[in-house]
Design a protein around this ligand. Structure first.
Ligand code: HEM
Length: 193
C-alpha cells in the first residue's frame, strides 16, 4: 500500500476520547484481548502489509455487490460517489495496519472515537465534504464484524505460517474488530454506552 498519509486521516490530532483508559481495559478484558493477542496482531501486520490492496478489493467487492450497503457511499437519491469510496479506501487500508501495529494508547483511543463519529450523524461525510446519506445504521456496524473477520483468514494464511499461528492471528483480529466496533458504538448511544 501507499506510504503516503491517506486523505482525511487525522490520527494523532483528534480530541481525546470520552472513553476512559479504565473502560478500555474492561472492554479488552470482556473480549479476552491479552498481550498475546497484541503480539499476534504484530505478526499479522507483517503478513498483511503487502496484501492490503487485495483485502480492500474483497471488502469493496462485498459492499459493491449489495445495493443496500453501497447506498452509504452514495447520495440520498442513490448516485454512487466514487471519489468518496476511493478516499475512504485509503483510510480503510491504513486502519488495517493500525489495527495490527498501533498500541492501545490515548491516541489510538481518540482515533477509535473519531472513526465511530465518522459513521454517525455527527461526522459522516464531513471529512470528505460529500453529500451522502447522513449515517451508517448501528445494526450494520455490528453485522460487519463477521465479514471483516471471516474474509481475513485466507490472507493471514497466505504466507505459509503454521495453522496454529494463523489461528492465533485470526482470533486476535476478531477480538480487535469486536473491541473497536464496541468503541465505535459510543457516539451512537453515549448515554447508554
Ligand atoms: C469509514 C471501518 C462498518 C461505511 C470507515 C473507516 C474505517 C471503517 C477504518 C475510515 C475511518 C477514517 O476516516 O479514518 C469499518 C469497520 C466496520 C465498518 C471495521 C465494521 C466492523 C461500516 C458499514 C458501512 C460503512 C456497515 C456501510 C456500508 C463507511 C463509510 C465511511 C466509513 C461511508 C466514511 C465515513 C465518513 O464520511 O468519514 N469505516 N466500517 N462502514 N465506513 Fe466503515
Amino acid at each position: 500500500m501507499s506510504t503516503q498519509t491517506p486523505a482525511g486521516y487525522t490520527y494523532g490530532s483528534t480530541p481525546p476520547s470520552p472513553v476512559s483508559r479504565d473502560d478500555l481495559a474492561k472492554l479488552e478484558a470482556s473480549v479476552l484481548f491479552t498481550a498475546e493477542d497484541e503480539q499476534a496482531l504484530r505478526m499479522a501486520g507483517d503478513v498483511l502489509e503487502d496484501q492490503v490492496e487485495d483485502i480492500l478489493d474483497v471488502w469493496y467487492g462485498f459492499v459493491a455487490s449489495h445495493p443496500h450497503l453501497v447506498a452509504y457511499f452514495a447520495t440520498p437519491d442513490g448516485t454512487v460517489l466514487n471519489d468518496y469510496l476511493t478516499r475512504v479506501r485509503g483510510r480503510f487500508g491504513q486502519w488495517i495496519m493500525d489495527t495490527c501495529r498501533r498500541p492501545h494508547d490515548a491516541d489510538w483511543l481518540s482515533y477509535a472515537h473519531e472513526i465511530g463519529l465518522r459513521h454517525t450523524k455527527d461526522k459522516k461525510n464531513r471529512t470528505d465534504a460529500v453529500n451522502s446519506v447522513p449515517y451508517v445504521p448501528l445494526r450494520y456496524m455490528v453485522a460487519f464484524i463477521y465479514p471483516i473477520t471471516a474474509t481475513m483468514r485466507q490472507f493471514l494464511a497466505n504466507k505459509g505460517h503454521a495453522e496454529e499461528a494463523v489461528e492465533r492471528m485470526y482470533q486476535a483480529w476478531f477480538k480487535s474488530v469486536t473491541l473497536q466496533t464496541a468503541l465505535w458504538l459510543q457516539p451512537y448511544a453515549a448515554d447508554q454506552w
